[in-house]
Structures are given as structure tokens and as C-alpha cells.
Design a protein around this ligand. Structure first.
Ligand code: AMP
Ligand code: GLY
Length: 425
């Protein structure tokens, strides 16, 4: 098979890396790709990354399967376009992508299906929203309805800051994405990610994982796209999975069917576990980043038949996915200044010295004019390794982080600390 991976981050690098290991795959293409991805996949010469240009390429090159990473292509309808041309594509269609691209829609679906989630109101008008705020205990969480590159969620400690934020959001702080704002009750608990593959009726679960969204150690400082992740999570056992299945997954799939939404692809459930009970914080319609990196590293099964099973609605014929024993961990190396402004074009050294049992997935790298690899983004490299225990996985990962350098490189020193504190084996 010829497979095309769409996207240019470390998530797509990890997906392309895993897909390239499939015995049924002959050739992997990736677009737009990056310097790291170009070492394991072909980066074709496509004029731009519009969904039309991508589908022209897939038709011309007889691509058998396209796997879409980022949500914006899904929200633009890449799946609908590819399917209309008879191309196989893994990723949800445009209507299904609304589950991520509109938080108000996701909340409304959850309310109809009686799925546990924080209580909420939706405001599109400041005066009405100000009144709604009075009905909440503080802190409250304000969420821009639309896609805001992970920045559209603000936790407000009191009424005064909430009022001010609401005013700014409705006033265009996140442009059109903030024209509607979900006001949500703050939940205190432990965050957890669960990624599922679904054909609309059946699901195959990936391992539970945990992301580290904050920039600084102990989860302090501003939110980022994610500074690290690990899998599995010892408190997330089969019993918790069963609760999630009966309270969240099954009712959601039923509700989507009722609404005639054909949901085939990844269902990423962002959870808050409050006293052992799962609540949905958000749905994403694509693989989580950086959770995908340790997940792909730990996955033993060939992933390609699962992608096809989702597309062809035949997931029930496949066994549960199998996993390497132990833990996988990813540490993100970022540019100085990230998530604020940062420089690009800084030389990266030491990549050739990492251990064989370590994968460095590239998030923001490029070859410069002189064919030297340089930084090209806020998050640059996602160093991934594994071990029999969480301690060993973390040690193996940091050992390799220390072999890589670029000027101003920043990384958190405490990835996996929650699991370490739990004594996860
Ligand atoms: P979201 O994009 O909705 O997942 O929100 C981004 C982050 O904000 C989450 O990963 C949580 O850390 C935090 N968050 C969102 N909603 C809530 C909530 N209701 N209670 C507490 N924290 C929240
Ligand atoms: N890791 C969080 C996300 O992918 O949205």
C-alpha cells in the first residue's frame, strides 16, 4: 500500500514512523512534513497543503490510504472531499469534526446524551453572559466556542476577572472562535486522556495516557501545546475504562447515530477524574499531541488494519490492540520563549548520538539552505523512550534529551512525576 500522512508535527512523525513499520505498507508519503519526517517518508512536491491539492496528489499517485493528523484539515472537510473522489481516508468528516470545532455543540451533544461533564451555559452576548456568571461557583472556566489553537480556555478565579475575560472574548480576543463562549464549572481532579479508534459502532481503545500542558515544573506557568506525556496511567484501570465506556462512549456513539453523524476516526476524550468518576472536559476528533508519541512507541500491533477497519466499518473483526510491557514517555524540547515568541533557524546537535531504543519525533525542524537541520517552531523535538517501570522510562528518555542540544532549548525536568509519585510499576 501507499500511504499519505497529512500534517507536519511530531504526532504525524510518530504516525508515519509506525505506519512505515507495517508489513502491508510499501511507501509512506507525508505532507507538509518536516526535516525529521523526511528521513522516514517521502515529502512530495505539492504546490500547497490545501485539501484540493492533497486530493489531486492522492489521485495522481494512487494513494491507497491517507491518514490525517491535525483537526483543521478535518474541519475543512478533507475526508468528505477524499471520499467523494473514491479515496480512502482515515479521519472524521466535516460534520463529525464539529465535536471539536464547536465546544458549544459538544456540550449540547453531551447534555442530550446525559454524559457526565461540567455544568455550563453558553453566552453570545455580554450582558446575558454576565448574568449567567452569577450562577456559577468560582473558579469558572471560559471557553471560546471555536478552534483557537489550544489557547481559548481561560480559568477565572473570581467574578471580576471572569467578567473582564468574557468581555474580551466576546469582543474578538480569539476572533470568530470567541463569538460564542461556553461558561463552565471548574472541576478539581486528575486529568486523563483516552484515545479510541471507532468505525461509528465499535471502538478499539488505546492505552490511557497523561499530557503535561503547563510550561513549568509541577504544572505551573502558562498552558502550552503539551510539554510531555506518558502511557499507561496506573490509576486508570479496567474498572475506570468500563465506567467511561458505559457513561461516555456508548451514549456518545448512540447520540451521534441519532443525529445521523457518521463518526469514523479517532475519538479523543479529555477527561477529569473526580473522586473516581469520569467527566468529559473536551472531545478532540484527532490524535492527541504529545500523547500519540509514547502511544505509537508502545503499540505492538500494526496500526494500518485498524485505520482500514474504521474506514470500512469492520473494526469488530479485529482483536484488541496489543502493547509493549512497561511505560512510554515523551519529553518535549522547545525553543526559548515558547509559548510566546521565539527564534527559528537554530542549529540542532547530537541527534545522531541518541540510543537505538529512543525515537526523536520532530515537531518543528527544517533543513536550511546548507542542508543543516535547524529549529523551525516553538516545540522542536519530542524525545521518546520506554522502560519496564515509569522510573526507567523517564530515565531512558532524559538520558537521550541530554544528548541533544540547541541554543536556548527548554524542557520540563519532571515529565511523568504524577505517575512516579503514585509508584506506578
Ligand atoms: P479543553 O480544551 O476544554 O480541554 O481545556 C483545556 C484545559 O483547561 C484542560 O486540559 C484542563 O486543564 C482545563 N480545563 C478545561 N475545562 C475545565 C474544567 N471544567 N475544570 C477544570 N479544568 C478545566
Ligand atoms: N494533548 C492535548 C491535545 O492534543 O489536544
Amino acid at each position: 500500500m501507499k500511504v499519505l500522512v497529512v500534517g507536519k508535527g511530531a504526532r504525524e512523525h510518530a504516525l508515519a514512523w509506525k505506519i512505515a513499520q507495517s508489513p502491508i505498507v510499501e511507501k509512506v508519503y507525508a505532507f507538509p512534513g518536516n526535516a525529521g519526517i523526511s528521513q522516514i517518508a517521502n515529502i512530495p512536491d505539492i504546490v500547497n497543503d490545501s485539501i484540493e491539492s492533497l486530493s489531486d496528489f492522492a489521485l495522481k499517485e494512487n494513494i491507497d490510504l491517507t491518514v490525517v493528523g491535525p483537526e483543521d484539515y478535518l474541519a475543512k472537510g478533507i475526508t468528505d472531499l477524499f471520499e467523494s473522489k473514491g479515496l480512502k481516508v482515515f479521519g472524521v468528516n466535516k460534520v463529525a469534526a464539529t465535536l471539536e470545532s464547536s465546544k458549544a455543540f459538544a456540550k449540547e451533544v453531551m447534555e442530550s446524551a446525559n454524559i457526565p461533564t461540567a455544568s455550563f451555559s453558553t453566552a453570545s452576548d455580554y450582558e446575558a453572559g454576565k448574568k449567567m456568571l452569577k450562577n456559577f461557583d468560582f473558579p469558572v472556566v471560559l471557553k471560546a466556542d471555536g478552534l483557537a489553537a489550544g489557547k481559548g480556555v481561560i480559568i477565572c478565579e473570581n467574578y471580576e476577572t471572569a467578567k473582564k475575560e468574557l468581555f474580551e472574548m466576546l469582543g474578538g480576543k480569539f476572533k470568530e472562535a470567541g463569538s460564542k463562549v461556553v461558561i463552565e464549572q471548574f472541576l478539581k481532579g486528575e486529568e486523563l486522556s483516552l484515545l479510541l479508534l471507532t468505525d461509528g459502532s465499535n471502538v478499539k481503545k488505546l492505552l490511557f495516557s497523561q499530557d503535561h500542558k503547563a510550561l513549568l515544573e509541577e504544572d505551573k506557568g502558562p498552558n502550552t501545546g503539551g510539554m510531555g506525556a506518558y502511557t499507561p496511567v496506573s490509576f486508570a484501570d479496567d474498572k475506570l475504562y468500563e465506567k467511561i465506556e458505559s457513561l461516555i462512549t456508548v451514549p456518545l456513539l448512540r447520540e451521534l447515530k441519532k443525529r445521523e453523524i457518521d463518526y469514523r476516526g479517532v475519538l479523543y476524550i479529555g477527561l477529569m477524574i473526580v473522586d473516581g468518576s469520569p467527566y468529559v472536559l473536551e472531545y478532540n476528533v484527532r490524535f492527541g499531541d504529545p500523547e500519540t508519541e509514547p502511544l505509537m512507541f508502545m503499540l505492538k500491533s500494526d496500526i494500518v488494519p485498524y485505520f482500514l477497519g474504521c474506514i470500512e466499518r469492520s473494526l469488530e473483526n479485529l482483536p484488541e490492540m496489543s502493547w509493549k510491557r512497561g511505560y512510554g514517555a515523551t519529553v518535549v524540547m522547545a525553543s526559548e520563549g515558547y509559548p510566546g515568541s521565539y527564534r527559528k533557524g537554530i542549529f540542532i546537535n547530537g541527534l545522531e548520538t541518541v540510543d537505538n531504543n529512543c525515537s526523536v519525533f520532530h515537531a518543528g525542524t527544517v533543513y536550511n539552505k546548507n542542508k543543516k537541520m535547524v529549529t523551525d517552531g516553538g516545540r522542536v523535538l519530542m524525545v521518546t523512550s520506554s522502560g519496564n517501570s515509569i522510573k526507567e522510562a523517564i530515565e531512558n528518555t532524559y538520558k537521550n534529551v541530554h544528548k541533544i542540544s540547541f541554543e536556548g532549548a527548554y524542557y520540563r525536568k519532571d515529565i511523568g512525576y504524577r505517575e512516579l509519585n503514585r509508584g506506578g510499576q
